[in-house]
Ligand binder design. Structure first.
Ligand SMILES: Cc1cc2nc3c(=O)[nH]c(=O)nc-3n(C[C@H](O)[C@H](O)[C@H](O)COP(=O)(O)OP(=O)(O)OC[C@H]3O[C@@H](n4cnc5c(N)ncnc54)[C@H](O)[C@@H]3O)c2cc1C
Length: 230
């Protein structure tokens, strides 16, 4: 399989270059299979190539199970701080880079935001440049120190599974996330919405872009793309 680079552009200046999402695999003829299975009770019509209205009907009426007939695998490069939020989506199957097997070697640099004092799970992007620069510098210094000590630990023969306790939460990691189209719909709906941490929202938006490229009729039925010109 040839991974396909997402062509998404950063949606805010907070997006950094070290996080990415790529398509790894998708059920062939995914949309056709979803529609074919949805018409199980109408065998004479199962090969009908017109599927747009059918999929829109299913979305509107919460007929979600038909979207379990096809699956997509994406590669997500992010940090150990964001990965646990993604891994909570229990209907997906995951593979994650093992820090017990291979050595970690880079970090994701993040822009800071101000703590919202009313909503403890929210942050506001209005910090001054000096504070932002301080945070960038702090991340760099912490990484330099942590990574130096990590390498020293490995040189002393300390196991990777132990040495990794020296690494910060912004250490880069890579996940393969495999889920049905149904799971992707609900993951994207939830994680591109308010309430999700910005860094996770940016990843979910990249997932959404790939979803829209690969499953345009489903995306239209969800209102994620404009309806086809009639
Ligand atoms: C803002 C926010 C704050 C959170 N805070 C915490 C916290 O403090 N502590 C904590 O432990 N966890 C927290 N979580 C994680 C949350 O509780 C879930 O564990 C996480 O979102 C995974 O969702 P899920 O279990 O639905 O898994 P998923 O794998 O996303 O979904 C499970 C199944 O439900 C289906 N499904 C999901 N949504 C719908 C829907 N709308 N309609 C129909 N079917 C649906 C999916 O298709 C799938 O089949 C938070 C999540 C968010 C978004």
């Amino acid at each position: 399989m040839n991974p396909v680079e997402t062509t998404s552009t950063p949606d805010t200046q907070n997006t950094n270059e070290t996080e990415s999402v790529k398509l790894i695999g998708l059920t062939p003829k995914a949309e056709e299979i979803i529609a074919y299975c949805a018409r199980v009770s109408n065998p004479q019509n199962q090969d009908n190539p017109k599927i747009s209205n059918l999929l829109t009907y299913c979305v509107k009426n919460g007929h979600w199970s038909i979207f379990e007939q096809a699956s997509m695998v994406l590669e997500i490069v992010t940090s150990r701080g964001i990965a646990p939020q993604i891994l909570r989506h229990r209907s997906f199957s995951f593979q994650e880079f093992s820090q017990r097997y291979a050595a970690a070697n880079s970090y994701v640099g993040y822009q800071p935001r101000r703590q919202d004092l009313k909503n403890r799970q929210n942050s506001v992007d209005d910090l001054d440049t000096q504070t932002k620069d301080w945070f960038q510098q702090a991340q760099s210094e912490v990484w330099e120190l942590a990574y130096t000590k990590y390498q020293q630990a490995l040189e002393k023969g300390i196991a990777k599974e132990c040495a990794r306790f020296l690494l910060p939460l912004n250490t880069q990691t890579r996940l393969y996330m495999n889920g049905t189209v149904r799971s992707w719909i609900h993951y994207i709906e939830l994680r591109t919405g308010h309430g999700t941490q910005l860094e996770h929202m940016q990843i979910a938006n990249k997932c959404k872009q790939i979803f829209c490229e690969q499953l345009p009729t489903v995306a239209q039925s969800l209102g994620w793309l404009p309806p086809p010109a009639s």
